[in-house]
Design a protein around this ligand. Structure first.
Ligand SMILES: [Zn+2]
Length: 262
């Protein structure tokens, strides 16, 4: 009981700090409390540290060179201040896998926990740093050059950033949890695969709107003080749906793989 109270105070203090630093909105801070608490209960301070590393690095990169991201921000529905939907999309899977691990004590779910965070880091680093790429990215559906920040666009810099994000999480998990090298490689690989899945879903399924006033292609539902019109993609399949779906796909692939090799 005392442990639970301490855990709650730690997550509450962390969420409050992130809110004050404008990394989280009010709803985002409340959602982060649930995620942080679940992770602490399930995987202890080491799991919490990995989650914190993902969150701190992502928040840092989303404010990093912000003045150069103006064009991309016009297109993206997200802001650097995360709301509950964005916290749930990236933190929901880690929270659930962490709790399932605590109840079952099956390491497979601990690996899925790492993979879900590695995938989230891989994708967030790619989107936050990829938009800073010098050249125009290539859209994987049309293979044509497109504006930075377009969902489904890839650049070499963004790809390197996504590999770095997955590698860092796998590496820290390896050290903190005394994992074997093959397990570390598996986590890094599935994490990277998560951002590949994210790009594919972003290119082929994610909803895309256009502004009838200025003609920009955007993920935003509103632009130029009016509603935008859907041009492609599935109506409800927004950026958060893409994030959570790609994270869940690679986490389950990790579970299936781990069950077969252990
Ligand atoms: Zn407009």
């Amino acid at each position: 009981m005392i442990k639970a109270i301490i855990y709650f105070l730690i997550t509450f203090a962390g969420a409050l700090f992130a809110y004050k630093e404008k990394a989280l909105s009010q709803s985002g801070a409340i959602a982060a409390c649930f995620v942080g608490f679940a992770v602490l209960i399930g995987t202890g301070w080491r799991g919490f540290l990995i989650l914190g590393l993902f969150f701190a690095s992502s928040s840092f990169f989303s404010t990093y060179k912000k003045h150069l991201k103006k064009t991309a921000e016009e297109k993206l529905a997200n802001t650097s201040r995360r709301n509950w939907a964005q916290v749930a999309a990236n933190g929901g899977a880690p929270a659930v896998f962490s709790l399932v691990y605590a109840f079952t004590s099956n390491e497979v779910f601990l690996y899925a926990f790492f993979v879900s965070i590695a995938a989230a880091a891989s994708d967030t680093w790619a989107s936050e740093l990829g938009v800073l790429s010098k050249g125009r990215p290539v859209h994987i559906a049309t293979l044509k050059r497109c504006a930075p920040g377009t969902s489904g666009a890839i650049s070499s810099f963004g790809t390197a950033a996504s590999a770095a994000g997955a590698t860092l999480i796998a590496f820290v998990a390896f050290f903190l949890f005394n994992l074997s090298v093959p397990v570390m490689l598996m986590i890094g690989l599935f994490g990277l695969l998560g951002s590949v899945a994210d790009t594919l879903l972003g290119a082929f399924v994610q909803v895309e709107y256009t502004c009838p006033v200025c003609g920009i292609q955007t993920e935003k539902k509103e632009h130029c003080l009016g509603r935008t019109i859907r041009v492609s993609g599935v109506t409800w399949f927004n950026n958060e749906a893409v994030n959570s779906t790609s994270i869940l796909i690679v986490s389950f692939l990790c579970i299936i793989t781990s069950l077969n090799i252990t």
